[in-house]
Design a protein around this ligand. Structure first.
Ligand code: SF4
Length: 285
């Protein structure tokens, strides 16, 4: 287990600014949730200062129990049918060029919330301001009809995190299935190859380098275009412990390996998160 003291490359000192306060106010006024806040993301001040945020729809309570995640687990909240319109309003007020939408997992809903995701995408597209939309979706319990709803709404990027290596799933992501997550990413490409696919993995949970490279190869085998690689940070002592603080040189190494494997983009560094600087990924293309 890694020592509690974080290495210098993981320490951040970002000031609250007028811009970040504006972002907070807009999100609060519209009673929206962000994964930035719910997951206690270390980058949120930087992102808010850049007027970006990742909206978390379908409530703040998840039906799964991933041991790395800070999001509340338990009895999910009622779905806010006004949320698609409110998210679009926030995107407009924040003048976002790239909107990222994620959610808790809602195994309690018939389509896992897929229809609600599609509504959010359509409301943002209705703004007609060439805003690109990225959805970071759960696995919808492998329900293809649910996934089809999201694909049909034509987001620019469909992101689904593989999170860790298959050997650690039982400890880290017990209600998920590695192959099911790969199949989801493959289905998107098979059904609409104009949509970019993206996935992400955390390091420092006890994975081996060979296992990480195998995950990257598996993702490329299902046509995944973009991968994010970041350091796992335990939200509390009750969460999965940090086994290792991986050195930035290793992240650089994975970046090189990923580009050699054919990813269009590899965003790999200790503080990288799924939607960190997500807007830049498209501008690089
Ligand atoms: S499914 Fe997502 S939101 Fe739910 S516990 Fe796992 S990582 Fe957290």
């Amino acid at each position: 287990m890694a020592s509690q003291r974080r290495p210098e490359w993981l320490r951040r000192d970002i000031q609250v600014s007028r811009t970040s306060n504006e972002v907070y106010n807009i999100i609060d006024e519209l009673s929206l949730n962000t994964v930035c806040k719910e997951a206690n993301c270390p980058n949120r001040m930087e992102c808010f200062n850049r007027s970006t945020a990742t909206f978390m729809i379908l409530g703040r309570v998840c039906t799964r129990n991933c041991t790395f995640c800070n999001v509340s687990k338990g009895e999910p909240e009622a779905v806010d049918t006004e949320e698609p319109r409110k998210v679009a309003a926030a995107v407009s007020k924040l003048k976002l060029k790239h909107a990222v939408i994620t959610s808790v997992t809602r195994d309690d809903l018939q389509d896992g919330g897929a229809g609600h995701f599609a509504e959010v995408v359509k409301e943002i597209q209705k703004l007609g301001q060439a805003i690109t939309v990225e959805v970071l979706i759960p696995d919808f319990d492998g329900d293809e009809a649910a996934l089809d709803k999201v694909i049909a709404s034509k987001p620019d990027i469909i992101n689904h995190n593989i999170e860790t290596v298959p050997g650690l799933y039982s400890k880290v992501r017990p209600m998920a299935i590695y192959e099911r997550s790969l199949e989801l990413l493959k289905a998107v490409k098979d059904k609409d190859s104009t949509i970019l696919t993206k996935s992400g993995i955390m390091l420092g949970l006890g994975e081996s380098e060979a296992a990480v490279i195998n995950v990257m190869k598996d993702l490329r085998s299902v046509g995944c275009d973009i991968i994010t690689i970041g350091q796992y940070l335990a939200p509390s002592i009750h969460h999965h412990p940090v086994i290792e603080y991986v050195h930035p040189d290793i992240f650089e190494k994975y970046k090189g390996i990923g580009l050699d494997l054919g990813f269009k983009n590899v965003v790999s560094a200790p503080l990288v998160r799924s939607s960190y600087h997500a807007d830049e990924v498209l501008s690089d293309k």
